[in-house]
Design a protein around this ligand. Structure first.
Ligand SMILES: [Zn+2]
Length: 326
């Protein structure tokens, strides 16, 4: 690996509520190696910082490299971020407030660290690596346990006045709709996230509707995963198909609203729900979005699914590290 003799590698980190993923990237942002660790956020901020550092060291070691070869680390973290100081201002699912992530991690690893909101990082990864920088106006929508967004306008991450822009999961699209984790009702997240899909299926099963999922997983559907929904639909399960189609329609409506407001060149959908159900959802999302957007606003706009999958966050972290280390 002569190309990495100097300190020109980048490490991207995806810090989530349940797991930490770190990836070592070449100077050209080719992924060389990954490592994974559980977050154990209940142990508190200092313990999580230790685990992020450990995960970075593991990834670098697995790649047969050493830390001296790493020029910078970029982290995508959930919640509101202060990009200059690298503080996590507020992250409910880590229970962090004003957490000095950059400072503490730099102390441990002695490498420059840069922090960005996780969805913004994913959008950066898609823009720079997957789409090879061919657009400067991109909206990323990520459907997982919750729904988050990343906005790149004129080539830069758009953060808004308080740094919280892109909370598009909490756009209300069904007045009086199901309760959302944020306390509101009818948010996009309460209608199309994995949590919403599973809850809807469980509710309908309790009401007596039939699905093959109960044969596979038992009546309580405890261990349900997004991939199970795909399997069920492919076996002709009408209940699951109806619920997933509903979520795809809501997503299409959300995309139409966002196209009307922002007019991005590319809308990218990603996250665990899209990764598992791309074939079942994307055509409905695109059709609904084009149907609901104001006439004339969608000309030339691409709506596509990201292929980065689980690696979107670490890829974006590496992009961030390379951009900011310059
Ligand atoms: Zn909400």
């Amino acid at each position: 690996m002569a190309e990495a003799a100097k300190s020109d590698l980048f490490v991207g980190v995806d810090l989530g509520g349940t797991k930490i993923l770190a990836g070592v990237f070449s100077p050209q942002l080719k992924l060389l190696q990954t490592a994974k660790l559980s977050t154990k956020s209940s142990r508190g901020f200092a313990a999580v910082v230790d685990r992020v550092a450990r995960c970075v060291r593991d990834a670098v070691d697995e790649a047969d490299m050493n830390l001296k070869q790493v020029r910078a680390i970029g982290i995508g973290a959930p919640g509101a971020i202060e990009p200059e100081t690298g503080e996590v201002i507020f992250a409910p699912n880590l229970q962090w407030k004003d957490a000095p992530l950059k400072k503490e991690l730099e102390k441990q690893l002695e490498i420059p660290v840069f922090v960005e909101n996780d969805c913004n990082a994913c959008a950066l990864g898609v823009q720079e690596v997957e789409l090879k920088g061919r657009t400067r106006n991109l909206l990323g929508i990520f459907l997982g346990t919750g729904i988050g967004g990343g906005l790149i306008i004129d080539g830069r991450v758009y953060r808004g006045f308080n740094g919280t822009a892109g909370e598009l999961g909490h756009m209300v699209i069904q007045v009086g709709g199901p309760k959302c984790g944020c306390g509101n009702n009818g948010c996009f997240e309460a209608l199309a996230s994995r949590t919403a899909l599973f809850r809807e299926i469980q509710t309908r099963v309790k009401a007596g509707e039939k699905t093959i999922l109960t044969d596979l997983l038992g009546g309580e559907l405890d261990d349900l995963k997004s991939g199970d929904l795909r399997k069920a639909i492919r076996k002709g399960d009408k209940l699951v198909e109806k619920v997933v189609e509903g979520a795809a329609e809501y997503t299409g409506i959300a995309v139409a609203n966002l196209i009307n407001i922002l007019n991005p060149e590319v809308v990218v959908l990603g996250g665990g729900v899209i990764d598992a159900l791309e074939d079942e959802m994307m055509s409905i999302i695109v059709e609904t979005a084009l149907d609901y957007a104001m006439p004339g606003t969608t000309k030339g706009i691409e709506i596509l699914a990201s292929k980065l999958g689980d690696n979107a966050g670490i890829t974006g972290g590496a992009v961030l590290a390379r951009q900011r280390a310059k």
